[in-house]
Design a protein around this ligand. Structure first.
Ligand SMILES: *[C@@H]1O[C@H](CO)[C@@H](O)[C@H](O)[C@H]1NC(C)=O
Length: 298
């Protein structure tokens, strides 16, 4: 398990170091692991500079693949250009082992620059149905043990999440035994599991997944990942505080659907045109002065 720092300050100083020495990935990973110790000594991240204590802390892991540099660039904008939520929300891009030699170098540089990349052990491929969600949920309680979050979220890289709206939903909810997202109805059960666009479990639930390998193995770690998460929790009687945010979390069906009022998450943003439409609709750039480069010529 290697994790980039959650504080911007060491990320920047580390970056200059890494660029100067052009460290190979192994060394970068070692250095990044040691930074975890630095960053968890204070639980507040650089994203949260407000003087007051956050009401709660939420870790958002965006599951993605190493080569999606452009998408991560758009997602960083999407998360950065949002009103600040009442909670501390830290966004990390979650990757499986980075095997390609070029990606290894580029991702290491990206991790050093942005400090928001989490590379998981224990998932050897980038196959969506090969245990990546399990590796993520079961790793974070160990990784962040010195400084646990209240909630952990799994999100897709084609989901636009409105963080303040989600945080408002979580505010009044219990901090334990929570499983929240867009319920996927099966038969009479409105939410045996949550849609993969994005869902939240409380920290105790992630810890339970991490500590109950037997139940998880028996219910399977291969197959449709998000369905499996529901199956584990149902088998173990966990996630009983279950909340369905349908219809405020939804797939956009490009030709037919409109964005919905009070959106929490919109999914299926598969190309830049769709991301541009999202930014336009949600007024992401309103009030931001265009840079000289973006200004039209007279
Ligand atoms: C974007 O801004 C316009 C103009 O102020 C406003 O009418 C609209 O409701 C805003 N859209 C959203 C999704 O907040």
């Amino acid at each position: 398990m290697k994790q980039a720092t959650s504080s911007r300050f060491p990320a920047t100083s580390f970056c200059s170091l890494c660029l100067r020495l052009l460290l190979p990935l192994g060394l970068v990973a070692m250095a990044l692991s040691s930074l975890v110790v630095l960053s968890v000594s204070g639980c507040l991240s650089a994203e949260t500079t407000a003087a007051r204590e956050p009401e709660f802390r939420l870790l958002v892991g965006v599951l993605t693949t190493p080569s999606r540099y452009e998408r991560r660039g758009i997602l960083r904008l999407a998360y950065a250009l949002q009103p600040a939520p009442a909670a501390q929300v830290d966004v990390r891009f979650v990757l499986c082992d980075v095997t390609d030699a070029a990606d290894a170098v580029l991702v290491a540089a990206e991790a050093a620059r942005h400090g928001d990349i989490l590379v998981l052990d224990g998932c050897s491929t980038e196959n969506m149905n090969d245990g990546k969600t399990h590796a993520y949920l079961s790793s974070v309680p160990r990784l962040f043990a010195p400084c646990p979050y209240d909630y952990v979220m799994k999100a897709d890289d084609d989901t636009y999440l409105r963080v303040a709206a989600l945080a408002d939903e979580l505010r009044g909810k219990p901090r334990e035994d929570v499983y929240l997202g867009r319920g996927y109805a099966v038969g009479d059960d409105p939410m045996p599991f949550m849609h993969g666009m994005g869902y939240v479990v409380s920290w105790d639930v992630a810890r339970w997944v991490s500590a109950n390998e037997d139940i998880v193995r028996r219910s399977g770690t291969r197959g449709h990942e998000d369905r499996l998460v529901g199956r584990w929790l149902n088998a173990g009687g966990r996630g009983r505080n279950r909340y369905n945010l349908k219809p405020r979390m939804y797939d956009i069906n490009w030709d037919m659907d409109e964005f919905r009022p009070n959106t929490i998450a919109v999914h299926r943003l598969k190309n830049n045109r769709r991301w541009a439409a999202v930014f336009r609709h949600f007024n992401v750039t309103v009030g931001i002065k265009p840079s000289t480069a973006a200004r039209p010529h007279n």
